[in-house]
Design a protein around this ligand. Structure first.
Ligand code: PEP
Ligand code: MN
Length: 349
């Protein structure tokens, strides 16, 4: 249930609603929008007397939220959430489409710095790179760990690009949050509820990837775990799902993009690299994702994909990536959006 405040409701009136709701034994989440503030009530609502709120100063009306993902629902917040990354240098969810790019894995200091310069030159505004890698085989490269995080920070210092990297375990959250500008929750961890709660209790933005066999509804419920712990800076990522189809590594579910845009105010990211698994399909599906309304795309890029320690088959070369950026700009324009350009990134204070 949400209590919708009148435009211009005072802090004292909002505070009174919160105290009243808490007197019924439920948790409250005030959500401040451009046009209205709502107080969301979550928990056991059986003791809550709705009429009481209608009588209170500053209250417009109350509304029952049908969806189980109360705080992430579009009904609770009709406007798009815009997430500020690295003190607002990059904003995700607004009219600009953000391109995140980089290697699947951080392989060395020079590799990540070289790629960071190249993807920025082509137009990326966030650098991706895995330091902790979830691998199907325990014998495969597991990532450089802390060294990888340090190299990402060096690449950020060299280029000014904020960085996104995966956190795999609850106990790694403080360490990864110290280095990363966006914490990535990988597909295999979508329903790792302890990890979701841990990233919900800190304030760095989180990109939650859809599980390999996760439904859109399950993805939204997982986002709710993060948001209900206090961190509203959550974006959702479609990265392909497991189906009977074997022509591609995963089935890139582009339907998820407009479905999510309809159901939630949280920004939506598309990952055509994992979505297809094949670099020759990545440009077409990146353009399709932008056309479908994705707020950001995340792409794997490597100077020598065949020599990459992970996901080389789906990684674009630096040249392919630069060429793709050109057509992405045109697609964004066709739907009255723009690609956020590195020159527009606000200077660090
Ligand atoms: C990745 O981003 O490299 C990755 C491991 O992604 P996913 O969790 O979607 O497989
Ligand atoms: Mn990868």
């Amino acid at each position: 249930m949400i209590v919708v405040m009148k435009p211009g409701a005072t802090a004292a009136e909002i505070g009174a609603v919160i105290r009243k709701a808490e007197s019924f034994g439920v948790k409250t989440h005030p959500i401040y929008g451009e046009n209205r503030t709502v107080v969301a009530l979550v928990g056991d609502l059986t003791r809550v007397n709705r009429e009481v709120f209608d009588q209170m100063e500053g209250v417009m009306h109350t509304l029952r939220i049908q969806e189980p993902y109360k705080l992430s629902s579009r009904t609770t917040r009709p406007e798009n959430s815009v997430i500020e990354v690295a003190e607002g240098r990059v904003r995700i969810g607004g009219s600009e489409v953000v391109v995140m790019a980089g290697p699947c894995s951080v392989e060395s200091r020079s590799q990540i710095i070289e790629i960071a310069h190249a993807v920025k030159e082509a137009g990326a505004t966030v650098l991706r790179g895995g330091a902790f890698k979830p691998r199907t085989s325990p014998y495969d490269f597991q990532g450089l760990g802390l060294k990888g995080l340090e190299y990402l920070a060096d690449a950020r210092a060299a280029t000014g690009l904020p960085v996104i990297t995966e956190v795999m375990r609850e106990e790694q959250v403080p360490m990864v949050a110290e280095y990363a500008d966006i914490l990535q929750i990988g597909a295999r961890n979508m329903q790792n509820y302890g990890l979701l709660q841990a990233v919900g209790k800190q304030s760095k933005p989180v990109m939650l990837k859809r599980g390999i066999s996760g439904t859109i509804r399950e993805l939204l419920m997982c986002a709710e775990y993060i948001v209900s712990n206090g961190n509203y800076n959550v974006m959702l990522c479609e990265r392909g799902i497991r189906t009977y189809e074997t022509a591609t590594r995963n089935t890139f579910d582009l339907n998820a993009v407009p479905v999510l845009k309809e159901q939630t105010h949280l920004p939506v990211v598309a990952d055509p690299s994992h979505g297809t698994g094949l670099r020759e399909l990545v440009p077409a599906m990146s353009r399709a994702a932008v056309a479908a309304g994705a707020d950001a795309v995340i792409l794997e890029v490597h100077p020598d994909p065949d020599a990459a320690v992970s996901d080389g088959r789906q990684s674009l070369t630096l040249e392919d990536f630069a060429a793709l950026m050109k057509s992405l700009r045109r697609v964004a324009e066709a739907i009255d959006r723009r690609i956020l350009e590195p020159v527009e990134m606000l200077e660090l204070a």
